[in-house]
Design a protein around this ligand. Structure first.
Ligand SMILES: [Zn+2]
Length: 232
């Protein structure tokens, strides 16, 4: 059976549904129009003075709630890579609003013109082996290809850390102390880097990654996340 026939059979057995409300949709990974537009919440994230000293900007495409949170959790903790389609559809739909924000923030409209490389927050090698993939790389892969921006592995996570969830800001900082380092032979000096993560809560992870990149000579680091738990 060819891929097309298999797809048709799957659609017959399991008709595609909107990940937010469960209504039937035309294509696998599709959302119904109202749910997709409700999930898009492209905005700037608030940074502390210390974060502002190393991060040029922080943007999110949605809020860490509802369908977006369910999709990310299922991807990360149950390895449900079939949800990547719905996430890719979301990213594409959120893209025009992100471009407007990039322009307002004093730069080129297109991520591929504004940055030299994209870097996903790395997982520790043991965690990545266990999960089978870095979820942030998978989340942004097709969107980056559309935007003409290359994903590069410029950072490594050298320390296995506890999950940040439920820790105070101080504990988060201590947990991540010396957790990241430049990858061997990474071209960082003189480059403008878009740091990517799946979720932005207090921004401690982004801060630590950005510090390593800036120390290694990056001229600018900004962060883009799929979803944020920061209320605004
Ligand atoms: Zn819906």
């Amino acid at each position: 059976m060819g891929a097309g026939a298999l797809e048709a059979l799957l659609s017959l057995l399991f008709p595609p549904r909107c990940p937010a409300c469960g209504r039937y949709v035309e294509t696998r990974g599709g959302w119904c129009h109202p749910c997709l537009h409700a999930a898009i919440r492209v905005r700037r994230l608030a940074l502390t003075p210390m974060q502002r000293s190393v991060l040029a900007a922080a943007w999110t495409l949605g809020s860490y709630e509802g369908a977006l949170r369910d999709l990310v959790r299922a991807l990360k903790y149950q390895g449900r890579t079939e949800h990547l389609r719905a996430i890719a559809v979301f990213l594409r739909a959120a893209s025009p609003a992100l471009r407007r924000l990039l322009q307002e923030d004093g730069g080129a409209r297109l991520p591929g013109a504004r940055f030299d490389a994209a870097v996903a927050v790395p997982l520790h090698a043991a965690r990545e082996r266990q999960r089978g993939f870095n979820q942030t790389e998978r989340i942004f892969a097709s969107w980056l290809a559309d935007e003409g921006l290359a994903m590069e592995r410029l950072l490594v996570r050298v320390k296995e850390t506890r999950p940040q969830y439920g820790l105070s800001r101080e504990e988060r900082a201590r947990n991540l102390m010396n957790a990241f380092a430049p990858a061997a032979g990474a071209a960082i000096r003189g480059r403008r880097i878009l740091l990517l993560d799946d979720i932005f809560t207090t921004g401690t992870t982004a801060l630590h990654c950005a510090e390593v990149l800036r120390r290694a000579g990056a001229v600018q680091v900004a962060v883009l996340t799929l979803a944020s738990g920061q209320n605004s």
